[in-house]
Structures are given as structure tokens and as C-alpha cells.
Design a protein. Structure first.
Length: 384
């Protein structure tokens, strides 16, 4: 058995394991980027199996297409698409990439699948896409891979810029960089290599990078609860309708300040980057200083999913676990609402959220003043 065949079989195992791990995450966390990366890992498993068969007994039309479509089209395009879904803060940017990438997937797949080829593949040598595909197929691959490359560069640039402004976002780079390298590994199969073992090696490397990168990204809120966080998530909001929920956190006494710091940073990111989040309010409980209540209303289920998949929300869920003793989640179905804009600022010394400060012990209560102005979501709650 030749070396390329052995490498191909090993690559199938790696890609299949990656597919299984990511598919398990998709069951609990059906996010678009995870679904795309799971499909990419499965495509690499198919391509590696076809490579092993071709190197063992010779390539044919079926094995040629089973190698080229996944590695040259699906994997780079879907990985780049998933990176944009993860890194982009704009819903418009994500929608644009969905439109372009889905159209390219369908159109290019039809072109490559029906290409009559310049000559039938034969023998155990690597069947080069450059030599066998017709010009229109090359144009389709060029378009898909250019879109994938632009998506990778834009996602990395956004992640780097975010990491410079917010040090807490730096861990997400450990997930984005490997997946970006996976795109390069897949595209590298289009190049001529002196040793045919390079092709299954690159395919296996791409699968391993997808696996590693995806596991660096923490799961989003509601996907799983850490030990000590009670209450399972509800099945989910009704399609097309506004969706709300209340989260009640009971904090550890020595971790209150850290939780407040993390929540404040996250709330500011929600305020500036989520037009689909209609209400995101963090309440204090005067008689229960260890509790924080989050009241959230989203435009629709898509806005809720987008909120949960944001990198800063993934980090918040991961980092708050050391601060939280218990969590209760109450799912809401919106029946009626009036949402008025909040003032942009509050006078210095005013109590947060319109609460009146408690009088000192022994003091006689005076008349209750009218509620003070409500602080904007971007200001620090808790008065500190």
C-alpha cells in the first residue's frame, strides 16, 4: 500500500472525527458557522476517501469530481462564509455574504459537476483540476476562491482590530486563524506539487485546522450551562415574532465586581453593534445584592441567534462562569410593548435606573422625589 493511500486513510479518520465533534456541537448549538464548518469537515472526509481510492486503484470521473468539488469549492467557500458569520458585527455584511456564497455554491457546483473535462482522468497520478477542467470551471473556481480569500482576510482584520481595542476578544483569534489557514490548505490542492503525498496531507491538515479552530470558539449562551448555572434553555422563540427572555444570575460574593465588569463591556458591545436587539437591560436587585437580572427583547429569532453567536457573547458566557453560583432563564413571548428611547446621560450622583438611594440608618424618610432619568445602556449600571 503506497504512502499517499495510507495518508489518505489517516486523513479520513481525522476528518470523520472532526465531523463528529462539530456535529455534536451543532445539535446543541445550531449556529450557521458551525453548520458550515461541519459540512466542510464532512466534505473533506469524502474527498480524502476518494483520494485514497484513486491513489490505490486509479482515478476516474467519479473520484475526480469527489475530490475537486469538496476541496476546491465547498471547503474554502464555506469556511470563509463561516468566518464572516462569526467575526462580522454587521447583519448587512452577514446577509451579503450569505447571498453571494450560497449563489456561488449552487452555480459553481452545477458547472463543475457537468463539466465534460478536456480529457478523462486516468492512472494513479494526481488528477490536476488545472489540466482537466474547462475554462468556465476555472472561472467558477476562481470566483469562489477569491470570495473565500476576501472573507478570510476581512474576518482576520476585524478580529485583530477588535483585539486591539478589547483585550478580552484576543482568544477568538485562536479560532479564526486556524480556520483561515484551513482555507489556504484546501486552495493549495490546486497547485502542482512534486510529491503526490502532499495532496492528502494538505486535505488532512485542513480537516485538523477546522477541528482545532472550531473547538477554540466557546459555545454561546443557552447552548450549555456551566456547573452551578441552573435552568435549561427553552425550545426557542416562535419563528418571525419578537422574542424576549429574563436571566437571573446569583453571583458569588467575591466575584460580583468581576461579573459587573464583564457584563458592562458586553452591554456596550450589544448597544453599539446589534440593531436587532431591541432591549438589553441589566437590573440590580436592592434587597438581593448578589443578584443581577437581564431583561432582553429581540426583533425576531434571527436577531436572537445573531446575538448569541457574537464573539463577545461567547466570551462573556465562558468568563462569567467563575462568577456565577446559579442561573435561572425565563423565556418570554411578547404580547404588547412600548419601548421609549432612553436619555443619553444622567446627572452625576443620580441613582441608577431611577432608584432612590436608601436613607442612612435612623434618618426619617422624606418625601419621595420623582424618578431620576434612566441611564443609557452604555453607561455603567450599578452606579460604580
Amino acid at each position: 500500500m503506497s504512502v499517499p493511500v495510507l495518508i489518505g486513510f489517516a486523513g479520513v479518520l481525522v476528518a470523520a472525527a472532526a465531523t463528529g465533534v462539530l456535529a455534536g456541537r451543532c445539535v446543541h448549538q445550531p449556529r450557521i458557522y458551525l453548520i458550515l464548518w461541519t459540512a466542510s469537515a464532512l466534505s473533506l472526509a469524502v474527498a480524502l476517501a476518494a483520494q485514497s481510492m484513486g491513489f490505490a486503484s486509479g482515478f476516474g470521473l467519479a473520484t475526480f469530481r469527489a475530490v475537486q468539488l469538496p476541496t476546491q469549492l465547498f471547503v474554502p467557500l464555506w469556511l470563509g462564509w463561516g468566518l464572516v458569520e462569526l467575526a462580522a458585527g454587521s447583519e448587512a455584511a452577514r446577509f451579503g455574504v450569505r447571498l453571494v456564497a450560497s449563489a456561488l455554491t449552487v452555480v459553481a457546483a452545477v458547472i463543475l459537476a457537468t463539466d465534460p473535462l478536456t480529457a478523462p482522468p486516468a492512472g494513479k497520478s494526481w488528477p490536476s483540476a488545472s489540466a482537466l477542467f474547462q475554462p468556465i470551471s476555472h472561472y467558477a473556481l476562481d470566483a469562489a476562491q477569491v470570495v473565500a480569500a476576501v472573507a478570510v482576510l476581512a474576518s482576520v482584520a476585524l478580529a485583530v482590530a477588535r483585539a486591539r481595542k478589547d483585550p478580552l476578544s484576543r482568544p477568538e483569534l485562536t479560532g479564526i486563524f486556524p480556520v483561515g489557514l484551513g482555507v489556504l490548505a484546501a486552495v493549495g490542492l490546486r497547485l502542482p506539487w512534486p510529491d503526490r503525498s502532499a495532496y492528502p496531507l494538505l486535505s488532512m491538515l485542513a480537516a485538523a485546522l477546522i477541528w482545532f479552530g472550531a473547538t477554540r470558539i466557546q459555545r454561546s449562551p443557552g447552548a450549555e450551562e456551566a456547573p452551578g448555572e441552573q435552568g435549561a434553555p427553552a425550545p426557542g422563540p416562535a419563528p418571525g415574532k419578537p422574542y424576549g427572555r429574563i436571566l437571573i444570575f446569583t453571583l458569588l460574593e467575591d466575584r460580583v465586581a468581576e461579573f459587573d465588569r464583564l457584563a458592562e463591556q458586553t452591554a456596550e458591545r450589544v448597544r453599539t453593534g446589534e440593531p436587532g436587539t431591541l432591549v438589553y437591560v441589566i437590573h440590580l436587585v436592592p434587597n438581593a445584592p448578589l443578584q443581577r437580572i437581564f431583561y432582553e427583547v429581540y426583533r425576531d429569532p434571527a436577531a436572537f441567534d445573531s446575538h448569541e453567536s457574537q464573539p463577545y457573547m461567547l466570551r462573556f458566557v465562558a468568563e462569567r462562569r467563575s462568577c456565577v453560583l446559579a442561573t435561572n432563564v425565563i423565556e418570554l413571548r411578547l404580547k404588547y410593548a412600548k419601548i421609549a428611547p432612553l436619555p443619553n446621560s444622567q446627572p452625576v450622583g443620580a441613582a441608577p435606573l431611577g432608584l432612590r438611594p436608601l436613607p442612612p440608618p435612623g434618618a426619617r424618610p422624606g418625601p419621595v422625589p420623582p424618578p431620576g432619568p434612566v441611564p443609557s445602556p452604555g453607561r455603567r449600571y450599578g452606579g460604580a
